[in-house]
Design a protein around this ligand. Structure first.
Ligand code: UD1
Ligand code: CA
Length: 458
């Protein structure tokens, strides 16, 4: 282990032409998050003193994303002309003390595991590279070794001889070095190669020429080193990350009858005997208690489901929480601020927002509960609507325990329905419906005997 302060240099100045997108390459998302943000998640596990992100193309957009991470260890440095990876690293070196250890990371390598970086960071040689065995090495820099197996250089694809091109151990793009030595090697780089670029990878040959030890650590999961140059490869990365996350959930005991159809776009924690049915999409922070069932085609974003909660198919939950076992759906939409206690039943085509349901409360069909507090065991009949918005402001609806709201009632907020109050079907209630009473607010039915239906004129 080196005691030197660790400075990371993340290369993120590239445009990614083949993406055919207005978004800089490192901001292209996988699992709903920019590639660069995934890489930084892993990199920050190294507890670096500083992370210098080299920006160029789309610098404003990249800087804005970095600012949103609100981590004061992350700083940007601008590379005005894209003259190669060596030139890019050089832009950051001015900010890095000579006594530091430097690790260079490509900004478009989102699948690298923190454990891999931590292990790599323990290599103490003046220069170290993270390599991997590529089934198809085309496009990568080849690791050159002498007959004793010592690393003596890296040859880029376009400069490789036929024999060198056959080498399958390749450069991942991750490199670590002592800052003082690296400064010297970077100063000595030239751009005398097929691309006219200052190759960072030429430092390896310079180091070997100086007699400095160069170590290569071979990453045994080549998936970790994958990058993306086009949308197809981006989709491959997304799938790989999804598979990894689903596997982790299944290893922890989650049952998924059709894992390939499940999307895990955020951080999901799950208790025992959780089932995630086909087509579910989980975004943001999602927590699933013991025995939770996420039905076919459900979308959950920032949701916390207590043990025993069952989501029937095709529910959409966003910022919703259950605090006990309850049943939701099919086809329910729970919006931010929804909290359901144990035994709550939310049925089909029910929308809730900022609504707190007490124990055993029910809204079984075709309702809207917004800015509402619903007492324990209250029952909202089919078509009950809280009229929470007057066109300018939102108002609250309070419904007491055991209240019974007849079908197709409109509760015009602010409104209070008392405990055990009954509201007749089709009522429009304003103000208050007192406890223990029947409130009916509708025109009485009138019958006209002998009335004649209109007939068509011809
Ligand atoms: C680089 C390595 C190669 C390695 C491969 C792994 C060099 C010369 N080659 O090749 O050995 O196998 O990565 O994927 O380093 N960048 C800048 N500024 C520049 C040039 C590049 O910020 O002036 C950034 C790019 O945006 C990208 C990264 O550096 O994120 C790598 O550059 P790229 O041109 O993709 O290098 P490769 O040809 O892939
Ligand atoms: Ca690349």
């Amino acid at each position: 282990m080196t005691e030197k302060p660790l400075h990371l240099v993340v290369l993120a100045a590239g445009e990614g032409k083949r993406m055919n997108s207005g978004l800089p390459k490192v901001l292209q998302p996988i699992a709903g998050k920019p590639m660069l943000a995934h890489l930084l998640d892993a990199a920050l596990e190294l507890s670096p003193a500083r992370v210098h992100v080299v920006v160029g193309h789309g610098a404003d957009q990249v800087s804005a994303m970095l600012a949103s991470l609100a981590d004061d260890r992350i700083v940007t440095v601008t590379q005005r002309e894209r003259l190669g990876t060596g030139h890019a690293v050089l832009q950051a070196m001015g900010e890095i003390p000579e006594s530091a250890r430097v690790m260079v990371l490509p900004g478009d390598m989102p699948l690298v595991r923190p454990e891999t970086l931590v292990e790599f960071s323990t290599l103490a040689a003046p220069l170290a590279v993270l390599s991997f065995q590529a089934p198809d090495p085309h496009g990568y820099g080849r690791i050159l070794r002498d007959p004793d197996g010592r690393v003596v250089g890296i040859r880029e694809q376009r400069d490789a001889s036929e024999a060198e091109a056959r080498i399958t151990e390749v450069n991942s793009g991750v490199l670590a070095a002592d800052a003082d030595r690296l400064n010297d090697w970077l100063d000595r780089l030239d751009n005398d190669n097929s691309q006219g670029e200052y190759y960072l990878t030429d430092c390896i040959g310079l180091a070997a020429g100086d007699g400095a030890a160069v170590e290569a650590m071979c990453c045994n999961d080549p998936e970790e080193t994958l990058g993306a140059n086009n949308m197809r490869q981006l989709a491959d990365l997304d799938r790989a990350l999804q598979r990894r996350r689903r596997n982790a959930l299944m290893d922890a005991g989650v049952r998924m009858p059709d894992p390939d159809s499940v999307q895990v776009r955020g951080r999901v924690s799950a208790g025992r005997d959780v089932v995630i049915e086909p087509g579910a999409v989980l975004e943001g922070d999602v927590s699933l208690g013991d025995g939770v069932i996420v039905g076919v085609g459900c979308t959950l974003r920032e949701a916390r489901l207590a043990a025993g909660t069952r989501l029937e198919p095709y529910c959409v939950l966003d910022g919703a929480e259950t605090t006990g076992a309850c049943t939701v759906g099919p086809f329910a939409r729970l919006r931010p601020g929804t909290v359901l206690a144990a035994g709550v039943r939310i049925g089909n085509f029910v929308e809730t927002k900022n609504a707190v349901f007490g124990e055993g409360a029910k809204a079984n069909h075709l309702s809207y509960a917004g800015d509402a507090e619903i007492g324990a065991h209250a029952n909202l009949g089919a078509g009950t609507i809280t009229c929470n918005y007057d066109g300018a402001n939102k108002h609250r609806t309070i419904i007491g325990e055991d209240a019974f709201i007849g079908s197709n009632s409109a509760l015009v907020a602010p409104v209070v329905i008392g405990d055990r109050a009954t509201v007749g079907a089709g009522s429009v209630v304003t103000g208050e419906a007192p406890a223990d009473a029947l409130t009916v607010a509708r025109a009485r039915a009138r019958s006209i005997p002998g009335w004649k239906r209109p007939v068509k004129k011809n």
